[in-house]
Design a protein around this ligand. Structure first.
Ligand SMILES: C[S@@+](CC[C@H](N)C(=O)[O-])C[C@H]1O[C@@H](n2cnc3c(N)ncnc32)[C@H](O)[C@@H]1O
Length: 394
């Protein structure tokens, strides 16, 4: 069911409204060029990444309290500090190596990891960032230069994935930002949801799904052991396969830690989840109208972690661990990071305990967010999965 939440959302300011109008005009041209409609995945690609226009490719502040949503590194440096311990383990096993971060957002996670590794005398050879948004790359560079001036020479932005990465790969909330296809099951087969123009405005439409999408839906039904009900709408990230394949090509030896909100395939395609997992974020309001304010609101879809594992295996990677974020942080050294907590001023204690609650409580980020680690050329499970590895649930 599509809820109409428009009335509950804050009004966009004049700059945002006129920016979104330009994005709609751009998408309208793409729709006309394509002969009347584009797939939802193509719409999402333009709305998020069209050069100088898309949500991630244009100027507004996205992360943190003034933005539209908050991510774990923006909640607390503790997230990056625990992850730094995992990086230290992997780099120690390899003897040397670098860290590659996909989609570094504001640059906050990079600052927290490098600061912690510097304190622990365990800096990587290089900290590489692969960021699709030129606008965010610029912001990251300004932020990192200001925060870590003495490490500037180790931090580099890549314009394509490296071929022979040894070390750690990190991606926090990148997979949920990859464009997804939306499909609907009908009595006659599988439809692809598409976007068209109706009276000059964006509107959803549908068409028989292309072969690759049909095959994916059928393989999901096969894995579930039953057909999805007629009327069922959900998402499939076909781009995820390509993204993992590229990551697999890059990782010569080491571990990739992929964090995102997501679930197993059985939960993702549960019979009662009839409206899928696509969500829209605008000024800390969550709703489900993806055609509203393109370029100004974030579009995101939860991750099917079975799809991540399958893509990894077919690209020669192994799953090294899978757990909820809370267990990852607890087993990964949260306690050790809290040493000296009692001697902090009470105001700081309250601030830190609030941050830890947000990162770990099940109703906050503790359970919906998962970490899946993929490895090649190294053995063993990273210690952050020692408390509760859920790989067997996939
Ligand atoms: C939801 S934001 C998360 C930002 C940051 N990791 C954080 O946790 O705050 C998604 C980020 O992924 C980037 N991104 C999306 N697709 C990407 C890709 N294929 N390669 C690299 N970065 C990508 C976006 O530009 C953005 O920086």
């Amino acid at each position: 069911m599509q809820h109409d939440n428009r009335t509950l959302l804050p009004e966009p300011d004049a700059i945002s409204a006129s920016h979104s109008k330009r994005v709609i005009d751009f998408i309208a041209e793409r729709i006309e060029e394509a002969g009347g409609s584009i797939s939802f995945a193509e719409y999402m690609q333009h709305a998020l990444y069209a050069q100088g226009l898309g949500y991630y490719a244009a100027g507004a502040k996205k992360f943190g309290e003034e933005g539209d949503f908050i991510t774990a590194p923006e909640v607390s440096p503790i997230f990056g500090r625990v992850l730094a311990r995992q990086c230290e383990e992997v780099l120690g096993d390899l003897g040397r190596g670098s860290i590659l971060e996909y989609g570094a957002g504001s640059g906050k996670l990079a600052v927290d990891i490098l600061t912690a590794l510097q304190e622990r005398d365990a800096l990587p050879e290089r900290y590489e960032i692969l960021e699709v948004s030129a606008d965010l790359q610029e912001r990251q560079a300004d932020f990192l230069r200001a925060e870590l001036p003495d490490l500037a020479s180790r931090i580099v932005w890549l314009d394509r994935p490296p071929r022979d990465h040894r070390g750690v790969i990190i991606a926090n909330e990148v997979m949920d930002a990859l464009p997804v296809e939306r499909f609907r099951k009908t009595a006659d087969g599988i439809e692809q949801l598409r976007v068209r123009l109706r009276d000059g405005a964006l509107a959803m439409t549908q068409a028989p799904a292309p072969r690759r999408l049909v095959e994916r839906v059928e393989s999901i039904e096969e894995a579930l052991g039953e057909a999805l009900p007629v009327g069922y709408v959900s998402e499939i990230s076909l781009g995820l396969d390509d993204w993992i394949a590229t990551l697999g090509d890059s990782l010569q030896a080491g571990v990739a830690f992929l964090f995102d909100y997501g679930i197993t395939r059985r939960e993702y395609y549960a019979r009662d989840r009839v409206d899928g997992w696509l969500r829209c974020h605008f000024r800390h309001h969550v709703h489900n109208d993806p055609l509203l304010l393109p370029g100004v609101q974030d579009l995101t879809a939860w991750v099917d972690f079975n799809a991540v594992a399958e893509a990894a295996l077919s690209n020669g990677l192994e799953v090294a661990g899978f757990s909820a974020q809370a267990q990852f942080l607890i087993a990964g050294g949260l306690d050790a990071e809290m040493q000296g907590f009692d001697s902090l001023p009470v105001s700081r204690q309250l601030q830190l305990s609030g941050q830890i609650k947000t990162l770990t409580l099940p109703a906050e980020m503790g359970e919906h967010f998962k970490c899946m680690a993929l490895r090649r050329g190294v053995s063993g499970m990273p210690s952050a999965f020692s408390l509760a590895d859920r790989t067997h649930t996939l």
